[in-house]
Ligand binder design. Sequence first.
Ligand code: RB5
Length: 370
Amino acid sequence: MKVAVGCDHAGFVLKSAVLDFLRTRGIEPLDCGAFSEEKGDDYPSVAFRVAQLVSSEEVEGGVLMCGTGIGVALAANKTSGVRAAPCNDVELARMGKAHNNINVITLGGRVIKPEQVPAILEAWLSTPFEGGRHLQRLNKISQAERSTFCTNLLSKGQGAIQGRTVIFNHPLVQHKVGIIRSQDTTVKQFRELLQEIAGLMVYEITRDLPLVEAEVETPVARTTVRTLAGKKLAIVPVLRAGLGMVDGILQLVPNAKVGHIGLYRDPETLNPVEYYCKLPQDIEERDVFVLDPMLATGGSAAAAISLIKRRGGQKVSLVCLIAAPEGIERVHKEHPDADIFIAALDSHLNDHGYIVPGLGDAGDRLFGTK
Ligand code: RB5
């Protein structure tokens, strides 16, 4: 059995007790950090990472710790399939499993002592879920989760409107993401799937377009209908992989103007450097959607958004296929006003900067260059 473990600075005090207990019980812990008591971390990032591992069934459970166990539970419960709850004593852990079948147990480093950890975790692990009427209730929760189109990791902040991360959990999108990830998918299939997924994402990225009322004559009567208010859109693929999303989007919004941005990474500074940028002239009047299938470190996405803003872009959003938490964090940090739309949130980046599990290099797979 594998269990993902994560904490923020306030939960760090409990982490070694959790890791030691799991190991003595023959369970392999997957340590997702934090790795020190430094206050630089925030509990949502680690909670999303552990939750994603549980939701994708890469691990069979999760243990999360913050000051109280509350913050990490709130964050983890935003991921579908996760049932997280603070259980700072043995009875809560037992009931949390027996009645709620929690798959992520959360603990408070400022509420309990490391010595209490073994008994609490033992109660969670050894108590069976009772099923029956409790299962019916959990099924109702899963149903509500499935009917929610997307998950907002961040919504409105205090005062100013903050950018959101919207994850598409629509079954068709998820199905196609599953196929495109496979290394056996051919270049032709990859190209088609990327366009199809981008097309399906249009439905949600255009949700806030303004409508105006108009009058039409049907064959039966005159009536009032609602039509698009003529809002101008621009899509801007980041070369080269972003090109693979353009046609899918244009099929549904054929009047959108298309800009292009080319960036390369300076081998010395590792910073993204612009080598091409051509945007619609009236960019400041348009809702701009930057397209890049993979959001890894977030360096080039953040640079592309900056470039558009420097040339007058006012409302810029990012549309990606797969993202790593590191990339989302960076883009939100550098552009707190930008929305990020993604079809899947993956676990982390590996040492080569690839998203894990990801799908490899989207550009190479799209153009067959490797
Ligand atoms: C951090 O100071 C603290 O707010 C956090 O660890 C947690 O208790 C939130 O729920």
